[in-house]
Design a protein around this ligand. Structure first.
Ligand SMILES: *Cc1c(COP(=O)(O)O)cnc(C)c1O
Length: 711
């Protein structure tokens, strides 16, 4: 796709390395470790201190250092090689051109409330956003003409601090857009804006452009003159708890997003909604046709085939719904424009509960989309059951909701050391074969000790990183010594290390492994077989049970009997995620089945050779083959939560004690566990090709995008 803005020329760079400025403005660099090195090598300390932000680096670095780099032969060799890659990335023939030439000039629009692209652009809260970010990166790699729409949150997502007593504190960090890879979209030096009409006022939004490889991402921003103070805050934060703001945000995303693409002269051929937050786009598309003479029924029929909806929520309560009075308050102007009465309008998305009717965003999307899917096989099945009432004449298995299991963007999450190892042992173009299962049998040729050495290196790197984080936090003050211990300073880089990091929602049961503390302490504190567990994660600021769960975990972690082997790391984000999924030995996930629609962090861990130890839910239920990791509990329904929790905990302790720990410490004379490595190789062979966004985006193309072009 073409870009509509030019990155500002605001750096004072020597001519020989002037393109660093251009690179800083294309997030392509975030999935090219060599590009990160190119920035880092200029000044490693500054690079770390600025949180891997190349724009700030280029703004703050001394000119002398730049001049020096521009004369350094080694540096220039790296620079030239990298830009050769960068340029050929945009020109070489893509998978889409080869396999689906029909997408020429037929863009796919992708709407999401959040995008997790890099830690320096904190416009994501968790898995949903990271999945969206990975979807864009992969679409770029595959040459799929995708355009994305979301929000430029002025305050970003909060940073997390944990008080001495374990309570989560939320710090808001107003973002400085000048430090971020965003460029305002303008025409004749004036911002291009769109308007939304609410009954008592209009809201205006401007549009920022982000370059994600070849994919443009457009971010709406209501912080503009002309809007009242409250409306200016509409796009300040993710997921306002206040329902008025929440519904206005979603109108802005769905309706405003369509208008933004029109204002930018795009005419997408497919419209993909990542979760129900964007469902209002279906109405705006219908409204366009009603304005040119169609009835609503005709308009809905005509637009249906191009709408694609992905649901991520396996429980009715988790889905986005609004009370009807809010619809009256904010959308009363819309129903005559759709040629509908209020009743007809409400009927489209009505979800009837014992306590009354609500306007359901997933119902709206399901009814007005030609293609819908859940994000794993089990989640597809659960969704068909959950939404069967919308198609009362159909049997559950015929409910038109399919599934596309999530994946992760391999280059974004794989450690550089591991990529280097693959480069050494595989063909140069190994990355092109990523999603070919047979290709990965080549792993058998990689010597065990080389793989083991990479794993050890990555765990050491994690331990040192945690130490530097604590040092920094300790120096800032207000941190109790026991918190220093709880943050991982006593971590042993040679001990078996388990990671548990994700959003703290109660169904994820972070405390399952703590349910019998005495037993756990006995297991982790055995001589010569130490085990450590690293926890991390944020709770939504309005989620009191989630925050209480963090507190419970934190209070346990602080106990002296843990020996500093249980730790909680503050402020989980994509940067910490990268260190954890690359550095630990085992990735644990203990959701209450079947509530984890897919889960993706375990895939990031697996592609780095980390073994999963998880409940048979979401993606792991599909990936687990009996020897590429371990399961917790059984693939079945339990009579009650109590029974389920007790059975899962018992299974967890048993497997940890009798299988995982002995296997890890069963070493040959060179201190290598060959059985462990055999499992690692199995995990990588089975998971890398299947649970990648390469497989996932291709599947979206085959199942949804390409068929939509024909409708
Ligand atoms: C991958 C990722 C998630 C999602 O993790 P799940 O295991 O799917 O819950 C959440 N937050 C961050 C920062 C991530 O990188």
């Amino acid at each position: 796709m073409k870009f509509l803005t030019t990155p500002p020329q605001k750096f004072d760079l020597p001519k020989r390395i002037v393109r660093l400025g251009e690179l800083a403005y294309n997030l392509w660099w975030t999935w090219q470790p060599e590009a990160a090195r190119l920035f880092g090598r200029l000044d490693y300390d500054l690079w770390e201190r600025l949180g891997h932000n190349p724009i700030r680096l280029l703004q703050e670095i001394s000119h002398g250092r730049l001049v020096q780099a521009a004369k350094d032969k080694d540096y220039l060799a790296l620079y030239d090689a990298l830009f050769e890659n960068f340029d050929s990335y945009f020109t070489k023939q893509s998978w889409t051109q080869q396999a689906h030439p029909e997408f020429d000039n037929k863009p796919v629009a992708y709407f999401s409330m959040e995008f997790g692209l890099h830690e320096t652009l904190p416009i994501y809260s968790g898995g949903l956003g990271v999945l969206a970010g990975d979807h864009l990166k992969e679409s770029s790699d595959l040459g799929l003409p995708l355009i994305a729409v979301g929000f430029m949150y002025g305050q970003g997502y909060f940073s997390q601090r944990i008080s001495e007593d374990g309570w989560q504190e939320a710090l808001n960090n107003p973002l400085t857009f000048d430090h971020l890879p965003v460029t305002l979209v303008t025409k004749n030096n004036k911002p291009i804006t769109i308007q939304i009409e609410f009954p008592d006022r209009n809201i205006t939004a401007q549009i920022w452009e982000v370059r994600v490889g070849r994919v443009p991402l457009y971010l709406l921003d209501s912080n503009v003159e002309g809007n009242n103070d409250s409306d200016r805050l509409l796009t300040a934060r993710l997921y306002w708890s206040d329902l008025d703001r929440r519904v206005m945000q979603e109108v802005l995303l769905g309706v405003g997003g369509v208008r933004a693409l029109r204002a930018l002269d795009y005419s997408p051929a497919v419209w993909h909604m990542n979760e129900g937050h964007a469902s209002f786009l279906t109405l705006e598309r219908a409204r366009e046709l009603v304005a040119s003479g169609s009835t609503f029924a005709e308009a809905a029929q005509k637009t249906l085939g191009q709408n694609v909806f992905t649901t991520h929520t396996p429980v009715p309560a988790g889905n986005d719904e609004f009370p009807l009075w809010l619809m009256d308050k904010y959308l009363a102007k819309l129903w005559p424009e759709l040629g509908l009465t209020r009743e007809e309008f409400v009927d489209i998305a009505k979800h009837t509960h014992p306590r009354g009717d609500a306007y359901s965003m997933p119902v709206l999307a399901l009814k007005l989309s030609g293609g819908s899917n859940g994000v794993s096989e089990l989640h597809g099945q659960v969704s068909r059951g959950m939404w069967n009432f919308l198609w009362p004449e159909k049997e559950e298995k015929d409910v038109p909701i399919k599934h596309v299991t999530n994946g992760v963007h391999t280059a974004n999450w794989m450690a550089r050391r591991l990529k280097n190892l693959f480069e050494k042992h595989f063909e140069n173009d190994w990355y092109d074969h990523l999603d070919e299962p047979d290709f990965w049998s080549k792993l058998d040729n990689v010597p065990d000790q080389e793989l083991w050495a990479v794993r050890l290196h990555l765990k050491r790197k994690l331990a040192f990183y945690l130490r530097e984080r604590v040092r920094d936090r300790w120096t800032q003050g207000g941190f109790h010594p026991v918190q220093v211990v709880s943050s991982g300073v006593l971590i042993n880089p040679y001990a078996l290390t388990i990671g548990f990091a994700r959003r703290f929602a109660t169904y994820k049961r972070a405390n399952l492994i703590l349910s019998d503390l005495e037993r756990l302490l006995d297991i982790i504190n055995r001589p010569n077989m130490p085990v450590q567990i690293i926890f991390a994660g944020k709770a939504h600021p309005a989620d009191e049970p989630g925050k209480e769960l963090i507190q419970k975990v934190y209070r346990t972690v602080k106990k002296a009997e843990t020996g500093g082997r249980l730790v909680f790391i503050e402020d989980y984000d994509m940067n910490l995620a990268r260190y954890l999924v690359q550095g630990v030995d085992v990735w644990m996930n203990t959701p209450r089945r079947p509530l984890e629609a897919s889960g993706t962090s375990g895939m990031k861990a697996a592609l780095n050779g980390v073994l999963n130890f998880s409940v048979l839910d979401g993606w792991w239920r599909e990936a687990y083959n009996g020897h590429n990791g371990w399961s917790i509990g059984e693939d079945k329904e339990y009579p009650s939560h109590e029974v389920q929790d007790a059975a899962d905990a018992e299974d967890l302790y048993h497997t940890l004690e009798h299988e995982i720990i002995p296997l890890y410490y069963n070493r040959d004379p060179k201190e290598i566990s060959h059985e462990w490595i055999a499992r690692m190789k199995d995990t990588m062979k089975t998971i890398i090709p299947q649970f990648s966004t390469r497989r996932m985006v291709k599947e979206y193309v085959e199942k949804f995008y390409a068929p939509a072009l024909k409708k």
